[in-house]
Design a protein around this ligand. Structure first.
Ligand code: SAH
Length: 199
């Protein structure tokens, strides 16, 4: 494995991510109305920060490295074993991401929204943690940090998504509690947020 190959693997992972997400976006835009939205300026800003850290910055780093001299200075020595581990973590992230999309189905939304006829999902990977899709995003961030051996492009995903997660998750749970009452409270009592048994 070379630095270049690790960058290609990262780009393939991002492409796979899009291949899972895009059909859902299209399906959900058709006849699946939003009944409640808590999207505000802060939430929009967090989405942009996350998109920048997980997508735009690392993709720019991979696609135009020569011109991004300001990032090349932050490269560190390339460790193939670290990159292989990153490839494996990305594969796991994609598998989990696919499962969450299947199981959340039409309840999925990119942001703080509820759909008409929203149902509470607690089966499949949602039995293990309350936010498996966010676990998958953290795994992407981890894979990025392992594959892109650069002090800026590598950790940018964990940082960007970490901010979105930190400022969103409490609000999302409050929204779900308001919508599903006891059922969500009971679900919260028996599950953790993103790591089974730990957090
Ligand atoms: N936080 C979840 C879902 C991310 S998508 C995860 O990480 O897997 C965000 C939207 O999903 C939220 O706005 C909310 O409407 C919806 N949602 C979150 N948890 C849900 C659940 N257990 N069942 C149904 N919808 C849920």
């Amino acid at each position: 494995m070379t630095r270049f190959a690790a960058q290609i693997i990262f780009l393939i992972g991002v492409f796979g991510w899009g291949a899972i997400r895009f059909p859902h976006e299209v399906k959900n835009k058709r006849k699946n109305r939003i009944s409640e939205s808590q999207v505000d300026g802060r939430e929009r800003l967090l989405l942009i920060v996350s998109l920048f850290g997980l997508g735009l910055l690392p993709m720019a780093y991979c696609l135009v490295p020569g011109r991004f001299v300001f990032l090349a200075f932050a490269d560190y020595g390339f460790f193939p074993a670290q990159a292989w581990l990153g490839a494996a973590v990305f594969a796991g992230a994609l598998a989990l991401f696919l499962a969450t999309h299947r199981q959340l189905g039409r309840n999925w939304s990119q942001t703080l929204e509820l759909r008409e006829g929203h149902t509470l999902v607690t089966h499949g990977v949602y039995r293990l943690v309350r936010h498996p899709m966010y676990s998958a995003f953290f795994l992407w961030g981890l894979a990025q940090a392992l594959l892109l051996q650069n002090w800026i492009a590598g950790p940018a995903g964990l940082l960007g998504f970490g901010l979105l997660y930190a400022f969103r998750v409490g609000r999302e749970e409050a929204m779900m509690r308001a919508a599903f009452g006891e059922a969500y409270a009971a679900y919260e009592a028996r599950t953790r947020r993103i790591v089974p048994f730990l957090h």
